[in-house]
Design a protein around this ligand. Structure first.
Ligand code: MN3
Length: 198
């Protein structure tokens, strides 16, 4: 199966000023595209034809660590990340049900945001910060390095923030904290709530 770069739900410049059009031209148009292209190249070259029959999600769950996993996981992580963002103000509002659920798990909504940002800042080098739903239904924050993804162990991902430098360097230079502070202005809480029901 050949994998394709999924279309965004919004124009490249729609997330500005939080993320500029130039930033998305590089991050989506070049970095994300490169992971998809590299994955297709690896699939073309593999002698294990079974891998070619798998969906992206199946592939990253079944492939051991290595180039195939890295490119499959980065393709999935980025597609999920773009869905977590929105230029639409009404989707950027967290419902009271969602806020209550977050408060139950993290003492308060503000505390959740502080802890999510703290984890994202403390992630050394490249990686991702996640809000996930565990099997018991509780919520937790975790970080993964490089292409790592909670999806690999079948966790229900609710929200992610890409903390690779390529995600923020054009707009925020080396200031990961400023990117994380601005991130909340474009979070698609409607998407987070849809994921919760999965
Ligand atoms: Mn990225």
């Amino acid at each position: 199966m050949s994998h394709t770069l999924p279309l965004l739900d919004y124009p490249l410049g729609a997330l500005a000023p939080t993320l500029s059009q130039e930033s998305l031209e590089f991050h989506y148009g070049k970095h994300h595209q490169a992971y998809v292209d590299k994955l297709n190249l690896l699939l073309e070259k593999t002698e294990d034809t079974y891998l070619n029959s798998l969906s992206l999600e199946e592939l990253l769950e079944k492939t051991p660590q290595g180039p195939m996993f890295n490119n499959a996981a980065q393709s999935w992580n980025h597609s999920f990340y773009w869905k977590c963002l929105t230029p639409e103000r009404e989707k950027n509002v967290c419902s009271s049900e969602m806020e209550n659920l977050i408060a139950q798990n993290f003492n308060s909504f503000e505390n959740f945001k502080m802890r999510f940002m703290g984890s994202a800042i403390d992630q050394f080098g490249s990686g991702w910060a996640w809000l996930v739903k565990n099997k018991e239904g509780t919520l937790s924050i975790e970080t993964t390095g490089n292409a790592g993804t909670p999806k690999q162990r079948g966790a229900t991902c609710l929200l992610t923030c890409d903390v690779w430098e390529h995600a923020y360097y054009i707009d925020y230079r080396n200031k990961r904290q400023d990117y994380l502070t601005a991130f909340w202005d474009i979070v698609n809480w409607k998407f987070v709530e849809e994921n919760l029901k999965k």
